[in-house]
Design a binder for this molecule. Structure first.
Ligand code: SF4
Length: 416
């Protein structure tokens, strides 16, 4: 079902919007901009510690925040573990139990078995890394304690529907973010080149780096690898963007829509969540028409991404590979976040430096955007500044009321 096409079936249930909470700040932004649920990574049980992963006290703080808003918090425990990591996982599960998190996201059947032993009532969601591609596999996992399955990213819309009609588990699918050249992240490239393993949620995306050929007796002399005049693009997966296909996914009975990107910025978490929240809230009643607002795609162009496509949803379109650049693109820079003071003179925590006189834009939930000229920048004591430096907290005047959690951005190339 495409943009503008009438919904086919009876009541169209609104799927849950699941956003990445890479750290506490990103989690706050995802919630503030409309996520129904957030997923986070923990810092223990033998997984390589990754910047932003949540310690137990941070998980506790996140849980309090999420529950206070009536939303859900899922913890990724989706690594495939080596034998020596199992005892540490058992200890970690005991530590986690009192937090009473809404679900764990798992892949390894051994981890499932251990959770069933230590914490038998915990809700389990199966990660995309378990590569569930058919209803028989879904039913198998359901019999083994899984409530929700994040299906393999390589499935078409017709295949999603077939799985839906063959099982009664909750089904979840990715709607936005990076895609893999390997099958749903089961790839060793990042682990081999950087020590950061995709199988532990820490892929550094080396499939997107530039590669050249070097003859071994001529160090430093690189021969370009070219497929055609545009260069080489053997590993250039597009990023997934299914904002135009939300009615199709809802009508197919998908229960959860997941945004990829725990390692992306706070700005990414906020803007992508804002767009999908707005789009989901625009899903029509049965018989109604879904109109994909062009502003949604424009907003998604403001975050760092590779050219978008619909992945495997419509295989006939062949939108997995981008036959040109492997570079990331974005139209805007993240400038800062409002941290205190309601109204027109808030305090801003600066992320990228900016100057008086620059054109900035206030980004607030519900796709509210306000472009303005930043007349003056002051310290919190009222002293005038000639520049706002990263990590400083400064006061500015806004043309409209802002709230803590709103963001500031600048069109790229707009710095003076
Ligand atoms: S390196 Fe590329 S193909 Fe491999 S897991 Fe990472 S994104 Fe996927």
């Amino acid at each position: 079902m495409e943009n503008g096409v009438v919904a086919e079936h009876g009541t169209m249930l609104k799927p849950e919007l699941l956003a990445p909470g890479g750290d506490l700040e990103k989690l706050e932004s995802a919630l503030y901009f409309g996520a129904d649920a957030v997923y986070v990574g923990g810092a223990r049980f033998g997984l390589r510690a990754m910047a932003g992963n949540f310690s137990l006290p941070q998980l506790q703080a996140a849980r309090k925040l999420v529950r206070g808003l009536g939303k859900k918090l899922y913890l990724t425990l989706n690594a495939y573990l080596a034998p020596e990591e199992i005892p540490a996982l058992r200890d970690h599960l005991e530590e986690l139990k009192p937090l009473d998190l809404d679900a764990y996201i798992v892949s390894d059947p051994g981890v499932v078995a251990l959770i069933r032993e230590v914490d038998p009532d915990r809700t389990l969601h199966l990660s995309t890394q378990a590569n569930t591609t058919n209803a028989a596999a879904a039913v198998f996992w359901g019999r083994n304690g899984i409530r929700r399955i994040n299906l393999a990213r390589e499935l078409s819309l017709e295949q999603l529907k077939a799985i839906r009609s063959g099982c009664d588990l909750e089904l979840e699918t990715f709607v936005h973010g990076a895609m893999c050249m390997a099958y749903s992240g089961r790839c060793l490239l990042s682990a081999a080149l950087t020590g950061r393993s995709a199988n532990q949620g820490a892929c550094t995306h080396p499939c997107r780096w530039g590669y050249a050929l070097q003859e071994e007796t001529r160090p430093g002399e690189f021969f370009p690898v070219e497929e055609d005049g545009a260069g080489a693009y053997l590993l250039n997966s597009r990023d997934l963007c299914l904002v135009e296909q939300l009615p199709a996914l809802a009508a197919a009975g998908i229960d959860g829509l997941k945004i990829e990107g725990r390692m992306k910025s706070r700005y990414y978490a906020a803007v992508v969540t804002d767009v999908y929240r707005t789009a989901l809230d625009s899903l029509p009643e049965p018989g109604g028409e879904y109109r994909c607002d062009p502003r949604w795609r424009e907003e998604l162009e403001t975050v760092s991404h590779r050219p978008y496509g619909t992945g495997f949803l419509f295989p006939e379109r062949g939108e997995q590979i981008h036959p040109a650049t492997s570079s990331y693109i974005r139209s805007h820079d993240f400038i800062g976040v409002l941290v205190a003071g309601f109204g027109r003179s808030p305090l801003v925590q600066v992320r990228n430096r900016f100057f008086p006189g620059e054109t900035l834009e206030l980004v607030a939930p519900g796709m509210r955007r306000t472009v303005f000229s930043c007349a003056a920048i002051r310290t919190s004591d009222g002293e005038l500044l000639s520049v706002a430096q990263p990590n400083a907290v400064v006061a500015i005047d806004l043309p409209a009321a802002g709230k803590p959690g709103d963001l500031l951005r600048r069109k790229k190339g707009g710095a003076s």
